[in-house]
Design a protein around this ligand. Sequence first.
Ligand code: ZN
Length: 207
Amino acid sequence: MQAGENRRCSRTIVDHGRPSLPPWLFLALLIAACDGRQDARKVEGPASPQTPGPAGVATEGKDSKMEGGAASKAASKIVKTEEEWRKILSPEQFRICREKGTERAFTGLYWNEHRKGNYVCVACGNELFTSETKFDSGTGWPSFWKPAGESSVGTSHDNGLFTRRTEVHCSRCDSHLGHVFDDGPQPTGLRYCLNSAALGFVEAKQK
Ligand SMILES: [Zn+2]
């Protein structure tokens, strides 16, 4: 009689465990996982035409930039030779992005742009700024008080003969964008003063 009781006991444990993993739950999880994968592909889509196909891009004259960087960061960097950039960019874009030039005030495409959308790097498509943080600075250059993401742009000291400024560049391809000053509006107090020629604009879809 005791053995029978044991058997009944173990059966109740098994029966108790079974309902916690119903087959419909597996199905639901599978469907959810598939949806997630599709979304990821959708997000990747628009960026892919911007990224260069063959990875074997020469690193001539740029090797110093790669040292010490995290492996993942180095992998996402876009490095091209001067000749390759010349093929991709217009002469004006090349002068500004790769030779740190500056366009004349009030001549660019975006200083007076008021549509909602995202501003991307004209050279590599990296998302840099959004219309949410754009403001009228009165300078004749598109101005923003904050980049789109924490790692969207990088800065470096730009010491001229009489001026000391902070240069702003795309964190992915190092294209020169403009300068950042500390006389911007709150909440950051910063003014990212950029060249329209270094930017592309992706208008937000109307709802
Ligand atoms: Zn870029």
